[in-house]
Design a protein around this ligand. Structure first.
Ligand code: HEC
Length: 159
């Protein structure tokens, strides 16, 4: 009996120290989560310029896109993006990013456009005909977005 009672204090001791590993573990988990959140944040930040944000437009992409635009799109949409007798202007709020997304430019270049906003008639699949890749069209979009922003066109408020 005496021996059992003497053992009681040492048994409590392991219980106390026993709390330390979970506490340390908690901080390890918090640390891993924090690193994970920062990593996700960095990867999202790294993708956003090309994915969605028209604000962070790469100047190199704009210059390359301008050349592709002038060669493939300007004949109808105008060298200054203000349209021609055969195609609509891109400096119009209906072509703002929230109304005509970057993907709608990809589709237009790849398969053409059935007339629905204007009376110019259909747009042929000029991108596919000229062998433009999605990357080429993305450069054209970067140029168009930068010109739209310069003209104060951001989002279509009525859309
Ligand atoms: C042969 C003339 C012509 C050329 C070249 C041309 N387009 Fe078009 N595009 C049009 C016409 C016409 C429309 C308007 C259709 C309508 O009534 O909505 C149009 C509409 C569009 C639209 C709007 C699509 C939609 O969903 O409403 C986009 C985006 C577009 N063009 C992108 C381009 C790009 C990018 C190029 C160059 C790679 C290009 N276009 C070259 C004639 C042209």
């Amino acid at each position: 009996m005496g021996n059992l009672k003497k053992r009681t204090p040492p048994e409590q001791h392991p219980q106390r120290t026993g709390r330390k590993p979970p506490r340390a573990l908690k901080w390890v988990i918090i640390g891993i989560l924090a690193v994970g959140v920062v990593a996700i944040g960095l990867s999202v930040a790294g993708q956003s310029p090309s994915a969605t944000t028209p604000v962070a437009i790469d100047p190199g992409a704009v210059a390359a896109g301008e050349q592709l635009y002038q060669a493939n799109c300007a004949a109808c949409h105008g060298p200054d993006l203000r349209g021609t007798a055969v195609g609509p202007p891109f400096l119009d709020v209906i072509y703002a990013p929230n109304h005509h997304s970057d993907e709608s430019f990809q589709r237009a270049a790849e398969v053409g456009v059935q007339p629905h906003h204007w009376n110019f008639g259909p747009m042929p699949a000029v991108g596919a005909n000229a062998g433009l890749t999605r990357d080429d069209v993305a450069l054209i979009v970067a140029y168009v977005r930068s010109e739209q922003e310069a003209a104060g066109i951001f989002n279509d408020p009525s859309h």
